[in-house]
Design a protein around this ligand. Structure first.
Ligand code: FES
Ligand code: FE2
Length: 455
């Protein structure tokens, strides 16, 4: 029977509330055979940092499956079911050998593809190997991330190939941050740009420039591979449109903040005077897929833990100090490593999404128009899940031979007129957002150029 879910409707009416206790399991659960678990398994996922794979097998849990990832002595990467096919001890204790690894307990030898290369004690050598494999998944290393495909072998899609993976002029800094909560609430964060105005602006640590104070006009629309959520704010005499892109099922492109002065966003903590004095010198941003920012995957470890991983895109032209300042700003609040006192006084993204609960219960939320990107993501997720269930190709799934996939993340400014009142300002921002969305979707480069001012 459906739960009677109610808000309080009178002052001091806490007792009247009827909160739901039921999460949206169709979207949230990720184990084998669950709707979202089967959907996510149809895509390559980053599962580890290459730098973490040294001379010992590394135990990891991905999509609820206990695994070990390792590099054998020939340099080949392997991702195997963690528990030995013989008597189930953990292969994290196995000995890495020239090809594959050998279980610590009774010496079964596995290849990176799960082949049984040696089964000591067998009456007929090779008998088991002729009829079984140990569980293994294909893995591939790319720019410091190890990706795996954990779906049906005969449905393996091509390796991810997005434009943001091909900027040799940039430095790709791989990262992997752990979050003790469900993957959906993490992924929703990038499509929730209103939180810049509050979470990232109200406290002592200002993660973005003073533009973030302006309450944005937020709109979301579908792209061929997912969605974009646009937020338009006034920055002095400009409108700044930040486009957060979500690529189904679990990738986001997060544009840089507006570049200030020396082209590096500055952390202006505790310096309100300086904040006032900042002048925008850069009148345009390149499309972020050809610039900087973050490319992120949210990869569930299980139903209650997920990794935020991907690349920070850095410029090799930055000075050491500029690089350090940028990293300090962009990574602020992304992990639980700060003390509770620090997080309590200056909460970051990590604190907000983890505090939504181990598995957030969407039925207890009250969304507004500013949550358009989140609502769209949930609809898209459900559609993708159901497409897989129906044996169809889900949105965002690439086919062999399609080539590099163009993405849609941008951050652009245009001159803003002086308008008489808030209503006119809001309408002008809405018009700009719609025009931006149409141009981005149609890839009307000339129109984009027209909107740009010379630097
Ligand atoms: S448990 Fe691994 S070889 Fe026996
Ligand atoms: Fe944030």
């Amino acid at each position: 029977m459906a739960q009677d879910v109610r808000n309080a409707t009178r002052p001091y009416g806490g007792y009247d509330r009827r909160p739901s206790t039921t999460p949206d399991r169709e979207l949230a659960e990720v184990g084998r055979g669950t709707p979202a678990g089967e959907y996510l398994r149809r895509f390559w996922q980053p599962v580890a940092l290459a730098a973490d794979i040294k001379d010992l097998p590394v135990p990891i849990t991905i999509l609820g499956e206990e695994l070990v990832v390792f590099r054998d002595r020939s340099g080949a990467l392997g991702l195997l079911e963690r528990h030995c096919s013989h008597r189930r001890t953990s292969l994290e204790f196995a000995l890495i050998v020239d090809h594959g690894l050998r279980c610590a307990y009774h010496g079964w030898h596995y290849g990176v593809d799960g082949a049984l290369l040696d089964v000591p004690g067998e009456k007929v050598p090779g008998a088991l190997a002729s009829r079984m494999y140990h569980g293994a998944y294909p893995v591939r290393e790319f720019r410091g991330l190890v990706f795996a495909y954990m779906g049906p072998p005969d449905q393996r899609p091509p390796f991810p190939d997005y434009d943001f993976m091909h900027h040799d002029e940039e430095e790709y800094l791989p990262f992997c941050w752990h979050n003790p909560c469900n993957w959906v609430q993490l992924r929703e964060n990038t499509q929730d740009p209103i939180h810049l105005t509050f979470l990232h602006s109200m406290f002592d640590v200002q993660q973005f420039g003073d533009y973030a104070y302006d309450l944005p006009v937020i709109q979301a629309c579908e792209t061929p591979i997912g969605q974009i959520t646009t937020s338009v704010r006034r920055v002095h005499d400009l409108y700044y449109c930040r486009v957060n892109e979500l690529i189904l099922p679990n990738i986001a492109r997060v544009p840089d903040g507006i570049r200030l002065g020396d082209a590096i966003p500055e952390n202006m903590a505790g310096e309100p005077g300086r904040r006032q004095a900042i002048e925008l010198r850069y009148r345009r941003q390149l499309p972020s897929s050809h610039g900087l920012g973050l490319s992120t995957w949210i990869v569930p470890n299980d139903d209650f833990n997920a990794m935020h991983m991907g690349w920070l895109h850095l410029s090799p032209k930055w000075s050491e100090k500029a690089r350090a300042d940028y990293l300090a700003t962009i990574t602020f609040g992304q992990t639980g490593e700060r003390s509770y006192e620090e997080r309590h006084r200056n909460p970051g993204d990590w604190d907000a999404w983890v505090a939504q609960g181990r598995m957030a219960i969407q039925a207890n939320e009250n969304l507004t128009a500013a949550d358009a990107g989140i609502a769209l993501f949930r609809r898209q997720l459900r559609a993708g899940i159901r497409a897989v269930q129906a044996g169809e190709r889900p949105k965002g799934m690439r086919a062999e031979g399609e080539g590099v996939c163009q993405t849609y993340g941008y951050a652009l400014t245009r001159p803003a007129p002086c308008l008489p009142d808030e209503g006119a300002e809001w309408a002008a921002k809405q018009d700009y957002a719609q025009e931006m969305q149409q141009d981005i979707l149609a890839r009307r480069a000339p129109a984009l150029d027209r909107m740009l001012e010379p630097a």
